[in-house]
Design a protein around this ligand. Structure first.
Ligand SMILES: N[C@@H](CCC[C@H](N)C(=O)O)C(=O)O
Length: 288
């Protein structure tokens, strides 16, 4: 290392889906793929499934984010491999917690804030210790075949868009879910042009209008993660579809904890869950 630059960052997670967060209100520190990979590296960097920059719309350098009303906070989300994504459901809750703890925004219990993402503006509300994000309308698509290590035969997967692309595969049992090896990305046939996040789901029970599922996920650009918020919505909405729309509220258990998905009267999917900041630090290497 030559010149030592310093920069502050926070580390946070939502049900174990972890992120490096950087405040850059005026857009003075744009992210690059190389910088993101260095920050997200779990051995040579801070480590995370993704890197998130908090920047004001108008200063982001990204037309999709700068289209929001000036002053709106923009979530500039990058996967650990240095690719950008349209949206991150766990990330947007952690992002709001980060704004609050950094005194960049204020939110009383029950109040909400609009955050611009590459998938449009998302409303995030503070609900006691949890945060709820309106991820908007979701779209169910067609089928494609999914092959993964640990699966005996290829399975059909359903395309679901929650702003970013997902393919959801139903499994028969917890044993099948546990037997999966998700070190390598599942193979999709046909392969989607921009890749996809792949969720494997075991449907549970439906009682009193509430359904439950268990899920594991392989995220585009990050590998297997302990949770994926948009993936939880995709998995819940695929299972809801398979059940004949039997429930509008879904409990989603992921390896990193529990999320809740609810469809409102407008057909918007709300994602509710924790958003934790675990430390704040000062970087001593040029990447920060
Ligand atoms: N973990 C996120 C999704 C992050 C982006 C995803 N890997 C993609 O490329 O679309 C979530 O909580 O939604």
């Amino acid at each position: 290392m030559t010149a030592v630059a310093s920069g502050v960052f926070s580390k946070g997670h939502g049900t174990g889906n972890d992120f490096v967060l950087i405040a850059d209100p005026d857009g003075a520190q744009p992210l690059t793929a190389e910088r993101v990979r260095a920050l997200a590296d779990r051995r040579f960097g801070i480590g995370g499934d993704g890197v998130i920059r908090a920047v004001r719309a108008g200063a982001t350098g990204d037309a999709a984010l700068d289209a929001a009303p000036p002053g709106t906070w923009a979530m500039d989300y990058w996967n650990a491999d240095g690719t950008v994504s349209e949206m991150c459901g766990n990330g947007v809750r952690v992002f709001v917690r980060f704004l609050l703890e950094s005194q960049l925004a204020e939110l009383a219990d029950g109040e909400g804030i609009d955050i611009v993402t590459r998938a449009g503006i998302k409303r995030v509300e503070r609900r006691g210790p949890l945060f709820a994000a309106d991820l908007g309308a979701f779209q169910l698509g067609g089928d494609r075949l999914v092959a993964a290590d640990g699966l005996d035969v290829d399975r059909p997967g359903l395309d679901v868009s929650t702003g970013n692309p997902h393919v959801v595969v139903a499994l028969a049992s917890d044993a099948e879910l546990e037997a999966l090896e998700l070190h390598a990305a599942p193979a999709l046939d046909p392969a989607p042009a921009s890749g996809a996040n792949v969720e494997f789901v075991v449907p549970g029970t439906i009682a009193d209008g509430v359904g439950s599922i268990r899920m594991r996920v392989h995220e585009r650009g990050s590998g297997e993660t302990l949770s994926c918020g948009t993936g939880a919505v995709a998995a819940a909405m695929a299972t809801r579809h398979w059940s004949g729309d039997a429930a509008d509220r879904w409990i989603v258990d992921v390896p990193g904890g529990r999320l809740e998905v609810e469809v409102d009267e407008r057909g918007h999917a709300w994602l509710t869950g924790p958003a934790e900041l675990v430390f704040r630090g000062e970087g001593l290497t040029p990447v920060l």
